[in-house]
Each structure stands twice: as structure tokens, then as C-alpha cells.
Ligand binder design. Structure first.
Ligand SMILES: N[C@@H](CCC(=O)N[C@@H](CS)C(=O)NCC(=O)O)C(=O)O
Length: 202
């Protein structure tokens, strides 16, 4: 049995959504962020030294990192969501998987933390803004005519890029990034996504 350690208002909604898409039985616990610090509760530290979410328990193992969890679950239960190794689509897909956490989230997090510095952070804002815009514009540019990121149907890369795409909609606008806006609308309308939101909140 797969068990997801979900955290409210977090990236782990992606994994709850993926679990709903693949239709395997699973269990999950919603851990609540501390109301003052917004940090994960300490019980997650009993499972892994980083104490972050998402985290899954599966086959006697604990797996962290959204990208790794997505790859592991798709490889085992939804292989059609990852292009075949050795194809050009596989390379594009691999890039997108790593880009989601390895690149797109860097300016997003800098924006969040430097924003808390008020005036002291002002010298950093032009660079952060430029990086946010270039990463969101890159995402807009790689959306396929199908409306998905790599394949003509839902892929693991769509799952991973859903989070930065939703942030792009919060920080910018549908007019600036119409393809990202349509992507976000499409995924949020999926029954599996709606079930995940019902179960895990946002
Ligand atoms: N790159 C990791 C990031 C994990 C992460 O930072 N999770 C956040 C939630 S979005 C978290 O657990 N924050 C609470 C904390 O750090 O205490 C992943 O994609 O899984």
C-alpha cells in the first residue's frame, strides 16, 4: 500500500492528484502547517531528516522529492505518462521534470523570501523579476498544441509543472501567459484533480 504524507497548502497536492489519476489504492495523512511559522509539523522529521512534504511510504521505503515520487509512481503504475527512453520526447520530458523543481522554483522562492525583507531586499528584485518572467515565458513556449507540456495527453511533466504554472497565474496574468492559463484551467477541471482538492485542500 502507498501512503502519502500530505501537507496542507503545498506542492504535495500534485502527488495526491497523481494518485487519483493512476487509480491505485492509497492511504494519506494531511499534516498541518504551523499557523505562525508556516513550517511542516515535527512528526515528519520522524520519517525523514528533512521533514518535508511530499513524502511517500511504499514497499517498506520512504521516498522524498516530488519529481522522484512522480517518476517512481508513474514507472510502476502509469508507464504511459512517461515517454519511452531513447525517444526525443523522453529527453524533452526529462528536462521538464528537472526544470520544475530545479529551475522554476528558484526565482519563485527567492521572490517569496526576499519579499519578506522589505526595503532591504529591493536591490535583488529586478533580477528576481527578470528570472521569474524568463522562466514563466519558457514554460509558455514549451506548451504543445495539445495544451500539455510534452505529450498529447497527461504526462508526469504536466504533474510536475502544474505547481509553477499555478504560481505563474497567481504572480502574473492569464493575458501575459494565455497557454499557461489554459493549461491550468484544463488540469484543474480534471475529475482526479478535483477529487485531490476535495481530499487534501489547497
Ligand atoms: N523539492 C522538494 C521540496 C519539498 C518542500 O520544500 N516542501 C514544502 C512544502 S511545498 C515543505 O514541506 N515545507 C515545510 C517546511 O519546510 O517545514 C519537492 O519537490 O518535494
Amino acid at each position: 500500500m502507498i501512503k502519502l504524507h500530505h501537507l496542507n497548502r503545498s506542492r504535495s497536492l500534485r502527488i495526491l492528484w497523481l494518485l487519483e489519476e493512476i487509480g491505485q489504492p492509497y492511504d494519506f495523512i494531511t499534516h498541518m502547517r504551523d499557523e505562525k511559522t508556516n513550517l511542516a509539523p515535527p512528526e515528519l522529521l520522524e520519517l525523514h531528516p528533512l521533514g518535508k512534504s511530499p513524502m511517500i511510504e511504499m514497499d517498506g521505503d520512504v521516498v522524498i522529492e516530488s519529481g522522484a515520487i512522480t517518476e517512481v509512481l508513474c514507472a510502476k503504475y502509469a508507464p504511459a505518462m512517461i515517454p519511452d527512453a531513447g525517444t526525443p520526447a523522453h529527453i524533452r520530458h526529462l528536462e521538464a521534470m528537472h526544470f520544475a523543481e530545479g529551475s522554476a522554483m528558484t526565482p519563485v522562492l527567492l521572490n517569496l523570501y526576499v519579499g519578506r525583507l522589505g526595503e532591504a531586499g529591493a536591490p535583488l528584485h529586478p533580477r528576481i523579476t527578470e528570472q521569474l518572467d524568463s522562466h514563466f515565458a519558457y514554460m509558455e513556449s514549451i506548451i504543445q498544441p495539445s495544451g500539455h507540456f510534452v505529450l498529447d495527453d497527461l504526462s508526469a511533466a504536466d504533474i510536475m509543472l502544474s505547481f509553477p504554472a499555478q504560481i505563474a497565474m497567481r504572480l502574473r496574468s492569464a493575458e501575459t501567459y494565455p497557454k499557461l492559463a489554459a493549461f491550468v484551467k484544463m488540469i484543474e477541471a480534471r475529475p482526479a484533480y478535483q477529487r485531490a482538492v476535495e481530499k487534501g485542500g489547497v
